[in-house]
Write a protein that binds this ligand. Structure first.
Ligand code: ZN
Length: 140
């Protein structure tokens, strides 16, 4: 690797505000750093990176029991997939990313669709994604 390229990567890395260890790791590992404006709240940045990582909420990790969505009161065993694929608070994201509105979080295609939503929204609709996460964060 050329020294100049390495220096440029290091500079780019330092310009990105580190949000969390895992998010920082992910950005480096994927060579896809997400540079958030400094006006974005730390909590929002963490939530956004959790979505990019496919990070499941603690209740989902610990129990796998049904839980109630705090935004729409629907019960689900897949809070992360519910949030991205079904919850009314993310309807605009599905429209903007051309995602069908009728994908069930338990369907086989759900995970791929959720990844595509978050990737497309991050690439092309970052400001709207940030607004949605700020006003209606995913379950923690
Ligand atoms: Zn919901």
């Amino acid at each position: 690797m050329h020294k100049k390229a390495t220096d440029q990567r290091l500079q780019a890395h330092r310009a990105v505000r580190p949000i969390s260890y895992s998010a920082d790791w992910y950005c480096k590992a994927t060579h896809y750093p997400l540079q958030l404006p400094h006006t974005v709240k730390k909590e929002t940045g963490i939530n956004l990176h959790h979505l990019r990582l496919g990070y499941r909420c603690m209740t989902e990790i610990k129990t796998r029991n049904e839980m109630t969505c705090e935004h729409c009161q629907e019960t689900t065993r897949e809070p992360l997939l519910h949030y991205l694929l079904k919850c009314p608070v993310t309807t605009d994201l599905r429209h903007l990313t051309g995602t069908r509105q009728d994908i069930d979080p338990l369907d086989e295609e759900a995970i791929i669709a959720a990844i595509e939503i978050i990737r497309e929204a991050t690439d092309s609709h970052t400001e709207i994604l940030i607004q949605i996460i700020e006003s209606h964060p995913p379950q923690r």
